[in-house]
Every structure is written in C-alpha cells, then in structure tokens.
Design a binder for this molecule. Sequence first.
Ligand SMILES: Cc1ncc(COP(=O)(O)O)c(C=O)c1O
Length: 393
Amino acid sequence: MSLNDGQRDLLGEGGFETLCAHYAEHRLMHGGAVAPPLYQTSTFVFPDAEAFERRDLPQNPYFQYSRKANPTTRTLEAKLAKLERGNWARAFSSGMGAITCAINALTEAGTHVVAVANAYHPTRRYLEEYLKRFNISVTFVSGTRTEDFIAAMRDDTRVLYLESPTTGYFEVLDVPGLSAAARERGVRTVFDNSWASPYFQQPLEHGCDIVVHSATKYISGHSDVVAGMVVGRDAELGERIAREGELLGASIDPFAAWLLLRGIRTLSVRMERHQENGLAVARLLAEDERVAVVHHPGLDGVEQHELAARQMSGYASLFSFALKDQSREATHRFLDRLKLFGIGVSWGGFESLAIGGLLFNRDDTRGQWLIRLSVGLETRDDLVADVRQALEG
Ligand SMILES: Cc1ncc(COP(=O)(O)O)c(C=O)c1O
C-alpha cells in the first residue's frame, strides 16, 4: 500500500513528522496531487432535492457552506487534531476567534472563570471587560503557584484558562497539576499552546480539556496568515464548539487553511531551528553584563527550568529580557540599533522581530522595561552578531 493511499492516511501511523507530511491527505482521490486541493468556494450544490433535505443528517456526504465546513479546512482540522493528540479540531479566522469561541462554549451567565494573569492582553481584556456584560466573573491569578489557582476556584467556576509559558515573562505553570485539580472540581481547562506548538508540548496529554492556538504564529510560520485553532477530545464539547463557531462566524477562509497545511509540513524542522537560534541569542544576553535578566524557560539555572523540561520537549524562540539600564532611552537605543530584527508585533514567523515596553501586564509590579525578541530562522551567527552590536550601542 502506498503512502498516497487514503486508507494508510486513516491509520494515523508514524511519528510527528510523518503525520505532518501525510496524515489526513487523500491523494488518490485528487489525481495523486501531493499538495491538497484548495476548495476556494463559499457554497456547495446537492445532486437533488432529497439530498438537500437530508443535509443536516450525520450521514450526509455533501458539504453545504464554508462557514460551517469546507474540505480543505477539514484536512487541516484532522491533521492538527492528530498532532495535538485530540479527537477533533476546529479552525478559526484568528487566534482570538478560537479563544473567544472556546470560552463562550464553556460559560454561561452567573458562572466564573479562573485565569492566569499574564495572559495575552486581548484574551485578558475579553475575560475582564467583555464577559462582564454577560454576568460572568473572572479571577486572575498572578505568579505560578498551583495552590493560588486552586484557592481561586469556586463552586460556580467553569473554566481554568492557562498559558504556559505566560505572555511577557514566560513563566511556566505546572500544567498536569493544575488540570488535575480543575478536573477534580468539575472545571474545564483551556490552554493556549501557541508558544510551544504541538511539536514541543501537547497539553491534552497533560490533562487539559481544550487547546487553543494562534495558528498565526509557529503553525503558519511564514507571517502570511492570521488563523486560530481549537482542539479537544470530548465529542460533545467538539459539537458545542462547532455549533458556536458557526454562529459566531469567525470561520477560517479555505486559502488560509491551505497555507496552514503548507506551514505544518515544516513545523518540526522550523521549531528545531527556532529553538537553536533562540537559545543562542538568549545565552548571549544572559552572559552580558549589561543585561539584568533573561526570561527564557530553556536557560539552565532559570527558575522553573526543570518544570519546563518535564512538560515540554523543547523551547520556542520568543522570550524577553531587561537591560540593567532601565531607562526608556536605553531600551529604544537597543531596539533602534537592531538591523536584522524588525520592530513589530506578532511572532513565530521566519523573520526576527523585537518590541519593547515598560510592562507586559499591569498586575506585574516589577515595573521593568522589557524587550521581547521573536528569534527567526536567519543564520544564527548573524542573529547573535546583530544582538551583540545592538548591546554595544
Ligand atoms: C499567546 C497568544 N495567544 C493568542 C493570540 C491571538 O492570536 P491572533 O492574533 O491570531 O488572533 C496571540 C497573538 O499575538 C498570542 O500571542
């Protein structure tokens, strides 16, 4: 049986890279095309009126409308579900589309959410400002102590919302411990795995119920798509997410899904190189006397490095650091001297990016001027030389 055979795809054999290359692709159904077809269509037609009447039955073989489902998107969803060790996945038009849909599907008026304080800012704003309108309250927990998260859970808590490493300071949480504590209390854990990607971390294996992604980052890897994913195991939850996703309408465009499928082919090799380049730059900074602190969970000697190594098989290349000279001018000077790093938001792409600011989260009282680097896939020596010369300025 050849790898092109759809039956082989369905078996889901092989390691991570093999799954990236072949899983859920039905090549012989498409003239043997190695790249999956792009179904760039909004709607689909039925062979007759009876088939149309049966469109919502589970055995209906026809697609209806691309906000609901699309063959290209289905291939992406099947592949990502497999890579995250889930049973289903749903693709969205942005990470925020995925995150808000997952939270909405798990909450209702009068319920409560516990969330990590250093979450991605728009996620935090959604939890803090938007959910209030629906009488859903949120407790934010600063720091990494599992007991603080447990203490924040109440009888009406429905969701524990986590990121690890966290946004800004890249702190690592005890994911298996937290998700087990939540499960005991009937609370569902939603985990943003954009940083590690499924290549370095699989939160469903650590007991989380739902994984969300900004697929805009490493999954895409080429800074040409904005997209999101929700992945899980529980079938009823999967149906709820699909229903809410269809109503809220943040569905992915088929071309964006096709670009993500292309990005996934090289996810493992990109992540390996991101890890090497990121650690090389982080080590240079950690050894430099002008640097006060480097927040990178992969550095030896960094608090929580052991915990990080236990639950992740490697490290992405987004991290932050603070200069000893805590003036706005010194931070701006460093950023402005960089030549290979563009000054810009987002991360996880092939290109290196940098931003700087006083605080990454208002709960944090450290008040540091932090610089965040997203280390790309350029030649490692060039990246290290660029950061060195920027420090020298
Ligand atoms: C950790 C994290 N989660 C989610 C998002 C949101 O994703 P998107 O921009 O694709 O909506 C981002 C975006 O930067 C992020 O950094």
